[in-house]
Ligand binder design. Sequence first.
Ligand SMILES: *[C@@H]1O[C@H](CO)[C@@H](O)[C@H](O)[C@H]1NC(C)=O
Ligand SMILES: *[C@@H]1O[C@H](CO)[C@@H](O)[C@H](O)[C@H]1NC(C)=O
Ligand SMILES: *[C@@H]1O[C@H](CO)[C@@H](O)[C@H](O)[C@H]1NC(C)=O
Length: 387
Amino acid sequence: MALLWTFIVEFATLSSLTGDPVFEDVARAALMRLWESRSDIGLVGNHIDVLTGKWVAQDAGIGAGVDSYFEYLVKGAILLQDKKLMAMFLEYNKAIRNYTRFDDWYLWVQMYKGTVSMPVFQSLEAYWPGLQSLIGDIDNAMRTFLNYYTVWKQFGGLPEFYNIPQGYTVEKREGYPLRPELIESAMYLYRATGDPTLLELGRDAVESIEKISKVECGFATIKDLRDHKLDNRMESFFLAETVKYLYLLFDPDNFIHNNGSTFDAVITPYGECILGAGGYIFNTEAHPIDPAALHCCRRLKEEQWEVEDLMREFYSLKRNRSRFQKTTMSSGPWEPPAGPGTFSSPENHDETREKKPAKQKIPLLSCPSQPFTSKLALLGQVFLDSS
Ligand SMILES: *[C@@H]1O[C@H](CO)[C@@H](O)[C@H](O)[C@H]1NC(C)=O
Ligand SMILES: *[C@@H]1O[C@H](CO)[C@@H](O)[C@H](O)[C@H]1NC(C)=O
Ligand SMILES: *[C@@H]1O[C@H](CO)[C@@H](O)[C@H](O)[C@H]1NC(C)=O
């Protein structure tokens, strides 16, 4: 279920890069459908039947089932500069604070009545302080982070479930699969506050991971934090997220933390693009997206389609010619056009080619040799070559 509403960051990116709005439209429709299914007191449950639209699990909280929904409302709002998504999150945030928050812990409540159903902290919920820091609510974020950190200190890791009133793990949920969420929050909060407590959590995490989970071929899931028994598995998010966020926590000069003071200005056939200026948005698997690059490609959408049409025309002309002029065209691949702009004109290209028939070393399947800057615009590629 979580999958259904976690597409907005990826699908909006896909729509921007391809120029086809269908991906973003579908993702937005899913977000709206959930928004309309919230209860009178403004909460959503953690499992909905997509066919009937009925809530089959009516526990409202911030963890499993809804975590990436809230995460992507905020990240989608920032990435797409979308006030509507942010307004939706802030409405939820009000209801979540009003009904689920107790002493800076977040519990699970019945979504229609607001009565507590599970006084449990799930390790998945530890992304919440980081999310709060993204909306600028640093004080609340720090208080909740410190609550969660006490649990870490009690066990040397975060158990999957922690019973808050009992102060202990929940049966069959004693494991720690080396999840990233608390470290992710520490990274965001350290950027915002510089509070050394956040580095201490990082140090504790490195120590636990090294001491408890390190095995010959990798880092194992901790099956039970009470006796530090291991499971015979290493989750994909350990390398993709946990290790990455730890690295970023301890690397203040990393390009990912750029505050906009440096950037690359890239000249495309359609104008200047600013790349690498910071403000990267991590998707829920910690892949960073450069919002400036995305904005640039989005702006160029229409010109992009025109150029791509020309490219298609150019290739079909080329194919027809190679069919009918075997002697000249089948002897080797085509010659790259001379410079910016020429690739969009088949006539120009043929002229270039006919002038230098001898130089034919590019393999037949090589990429169209536009100048690199126009590739940026066409393919949405965001890296600069060294020239
Ligand atoms: C907060 O909860 C109370 C009931 O406990 C309710 O009357 C009030 O409208 C709620 N406020 C918000 C903003 O949800
Ligand atoms: C931004 O980062 C640069 C380089 O790290 C630093 O010198 C500058 O003080 C920072 N500016 C702000 C507003 O934080
Ligand atoms: C290439 O040939 C196909 C059919 O063989 C034709 O439909 C197409 O219009 C031709 N393209 C050009 C640019 O002449």
